[in-house]
Design a protein. Structure first.
Length: 179
């Protein structure tokens, strides 16, 4: 076998290996890209007067499960979403339920009960869930009253409206007055 034939066979072999590898990689990654996340990331933004408000959260679904008092236990700190803790960011100082909160980005937690919820703005915004939540880092705690939602919400959603923000999931919503 001469050098030319040997180089031709090596080139052919490399072409086969690289083409097969590329095709295999495409078939392996394509389905994963199409899969939906169980609790996709979401953002709610809006203005309260001249203040920009951004709520970043992961949006879990009901999926036929009982939520309040079951999946989200009463009397325990909840990350107010899924995956990473929910964050709320204000471009200017605000009044939350009549109490002052400086501008900044906060971890947003809730302690739900059947009648009233404690809403928490924590100084540590980047946390995974509520596993390392530290009450000593709370910037503000306020109490809100949840109410029956006008319609069922399969996914957790936040809305920024002219009077504050609203957490809505399943058959409940919790309005938080912010000025």
């Amino acid at each position: 076998m001469n050098t030319f034939q040997m180089l031709r066979r090596v080139a052919f072999g490399l072409t086969v290996v690289s083409t097969t590898g590329a095709a295999f990689a495409q078939t392996m990654t394509a389905p994963a890209a199409k899969e939906a996340k169980p609790s996709p990331a979401a953002t709610a933004t809006g203005k309260l007067g001249t203040t920009d408000v951004t709520v970043a959260y992961s949006s879990p679904a009901v999926k036929g499960r009982p939520i309040w008092g079951k999946l989200v236990p009463y009397g325990q700190v909840w990350r107010a979403g899924a995956n990473e803790a929910t964050t709320v960011e204000f471009s200017k100082a605000v009044m939350v339920e009549g109490k002052a909160l400086p501008a900044g980005k906060y971890g947003f937690f809730v302690i739900p009960t059947e009648k009233q919820w404690t809403v928490i703005f924590n100084k540590v915004p980047n946390q995974w869930g509520a596993f390392k939540y530290d009450e000593k880092q709370d910037a503000l705690r306020v109490t809100v009253t949840p109410r029956k939602a006008a319609s069922m919400s399969e996914r957790l959603i936040y809305k920024v409206n002219p009077t504050g923000l609203v957490l809505r999931w399943e058959n409940l919503e919790a309005p938080v007055a912010i000025k």
